[in-house]
Design a binder for this molecule. Sequence first.
Ligand code: UDP
Length: 241
Amino acid sequence: MKKRVYIQGFPVDILSYAQALEYAKNAIYNGENMQVITINPEMVELAKKNKDFADILKHAELVVPDGVGIKIALKLKGINQERIGGIDYSRSLIELCARENLRLALLGAKEEVITSLCEKLKTEFSNLNIVFSHNGYFDNENEILEEIKKSRPQVLLCALGAPKQEIINYRLKEMLQGCTMVGVGGSFDVFSGHVQRAPIIWQKLGLEWLYRTIKQPERFKRIFPTLPIFLFESIMDSIKK
Ligand code: UDP
């Protein structure tokens, strides 16, 4: 169903949003673990420098394109691919949990964020089965992972930022069964209302990253020079082929 292509040596799966959700559902009902990585240019640049992260990326069951930079890199290869953003995808997974009574675990963000997120979700989806939740600032990782294991989640959303969330999810793959685990970055901040998402028009224009950088100028150093380097190398990559 999905086709895997490589951007500067790192995988991206080509599939529709609906198919990406179908993959999660099938994995859960087949009792298989599935690590989903929503890849962006910063992650590609990080993987070039960090071999452990590169290995995790290569072993992920599903790598979907988040970020307009990845979309452009694919376009340079002649591939038209819709964006599958972490925020939207995790929101769909929460809805799936509510609809099909699946066990949901939430790990990450500040204490006040995760607390208000859980309250908000329980109000919105009265039958949502949140079996585990914890903030993302801890120094007893082994204990946290054991607790997650005990809660037997079928969907785990991990909001610790990359690469922390991908490393934790990778570790959990060895411990869980039938769980779809996704690294969702700053999604909890948005879901809980602590951070405002870019207006639809910015999202449609693929400029959500710019909106976030304007709102949180400290993000500037994450995007520059990473994004221009990534785009330049993507162009070189496409010329070579
Ligand atoms: N975070 C966390 N633990 C940490 C570092 C970060 O829980 O040790 C959380 C942070 O509070 C935020 C999220 O991880 O909610 C990272 O958000 P960021 O905007 O960096 O992620 P992005 O969406 O850019 O991937």
